[in-house]
Design a protein around this ligand. Structure first.
Ligand SMILES: C[S@@+](CC[C@H](N)C(=O)[O-])C[C@H]1O[C@@H](n2cnc3c(N)ncnc32)[C@H](O)[C@@H]1O
Length: 290
C-alpha cells in the first residue's frame, strides 16, 4: 500500500526548500534573470502550489520557442539555483499555500507538544520562528503571552494577524528570514521552532538563540527528520538528516528538560484518512537556559 501521498511529498519538499541558505554565490545576470522569470511565473499560478509546476514551466518554455534541449538546460540551471535562491521560491510557495486556505497539507490547530508545555507555564514573552499562518502564535497569545512571529511569507503573517484578531488577541509580526532577524539579548521567555528548517544544530545560530533567551527561558523544537533505521526512498532526501541526539548535543549549553525521538504523526502532512497511518521520525526538544 502506498502511504505517502504526492501532497505530503510536496509539503516535505517545501520543508527542505525552506532550509535553502539565503546567501550563496551570486549568479550572473542571465542566470538571475532566468531565476526571476521562473519565480514570477510560479507566483501567479492558480491555487495550491504543486511539484508538477516544474514540468509545466518546462512545457511553457517550449511553447515560448525554446528547443526541448534548451528548455531542459534551463530547468537544470533552475534546479541548481534553487540551492542558493530557494528562499525566494519558498516565500512564493508558502504565500500561495496560505492564501489558498487549504489545510490538506498541514493542521491548522496548535502543535500538541507546545500545548502540553504551555499548560505548565506562566505567560511571558514568546518568539515563534517561521510562524507560518500563526496556529501556534495565536494559541500562545490567547493564553496571555506577548508573542512575536517571524516568517518570510508575508501572506502567512497577514493571515496570522487576521486569525489573532478573530481570536480577540494580538501578535507582533516580522517579515524577515530567520537568518536576518535580530533575536536580541535576554529577550525571550520562550522561543519556538515548530516545523521549520532553521539551522538549529549550527553552533553559531544556536549561540544566537541561547543569548536571546532570558535566564530561565525555554527553547522548544519539534520537526520531522530522516529515519535512522531504514532508508526511505520516497522521503529520505527531503527530510533533514542528523546523527543520533544531534539536537541535545547542539543545545547542551541548556538544561534539557525533555527530548523525544520517535515515530509519530507530523503536523505538516495530509489531514485526510491516511493521516494516522503516516508515521515520520519526529524530534522534540524542550530545554531551559540556566
Ligand atoms: C512548514 S512551515 C511551518 C509553519 C509553522 N511553524 C507551523 O508549524 O505551522 C515553514 C515556514 O517557514 C517559513 N520559512 C521558510 N524559510 C524561512 C526563512 N529562511 N526564514 C523565515 N521563515 C522561513 C515558511 O514561510 C513557512 O511559513
Amino acid at each position: 500500500m502506498k502511504l505517502i501521498s504526492p501532497k505530503l511529498q510536496f509539503a516535505l519538499a517545501l520543508l527542505a526548500l525552506a532550509s535553502a541558505p539565503v546567501l550563496g554565490a551570486a549568479p550572473n545576470d542571465t542566470e538571475q534573470q532566468a531565476w526571476d522569470d521562473f519565480v514570477a511565473w510560479v507566483k501567479v499560478q492558480p491555487g495550491v502550489p504543486n511539484r508538477s509546476e516544474w514540468q509545466r514551466y518546462q512545457e511553457k518554455l517550449v511553447a515560448d520557442g525554446f528547443t526541448a534541449e534548451a528548455a531542459g538546460a534551463r530547468m537544470g540551471l533552475l534546479g541548481k539555483l534553487r540551492a542558493t535562491h530557494g528562499s525566494d521560491l519558498g516565500r512564493v510557495y508558502f504565500n500561495r499555500l496560505y492564501a489558498a486556505r487549504d489545510h490538506s497539507r498541514f493542521i491548522a490547530t496548535p502543535n500538541t507538544f507546545l500545548v502540553d508545555v504551555a499548560k505548565t507555564l506562566q505567560p511571558g514573552k514568546a518568539l515563534d520562528v517561521a510562524m507560518g499562518q500563526g496556529r501556534n502564535a495565536v494559541y500562545l497569545a490567547a493564553l496571555g503571552w506577548d508573542v512575536t512571529g517571524v516568517d518570510l511569507a508575508d501572506e502567512g503573517l497577514r493571515i496570522a494577524q487576521e486569525n489573532a484578531a478573530a481570536a480577540g488577541t494580538k501578535l507582533t509580526t516580522v517579515n524577515k528570514s530567520f537568518e536576518e532577524f535580530d533575536y536580541g539579548e535576554a529577550q525571550w521567555d520562550l522561543i519556538c521552532f515548530i516545523y521549520t528548517d532553521a539551522p538549529v544544530i549550527d553552533p553559531v545560530y544556536v549561540a544566537r538563540i541561547i543569548k536571546a533567551l532570558k535566564p530561565g527561558g525555554l527553547l522548544l523544537i519539534e520537526r520531522p527528520h530522516r529515519r535512522l533505521d531504514v532508508e526511505d526512498p520516497e522521503l529520505g532526501a527531503l527530510l533533514p538528516k542528523d546523527f543520533p541526539n544531534a539536537l541535545p548535543r547542539a543545545w547542551d549549553g541548556l538544561r534539557i528538560l525533555r527530548y523525544e525521538d520517535l515515530l509519530g504523526v507530523s503536523d505538516w502532512q495530509q489531514t485526510s484518512a491516511n493521516r494516522e497511518q503516516l508515521k515520520l521520525r519526529i524530534i522534540r526538544l524542550l530545554a531551559e537556559k540556566r
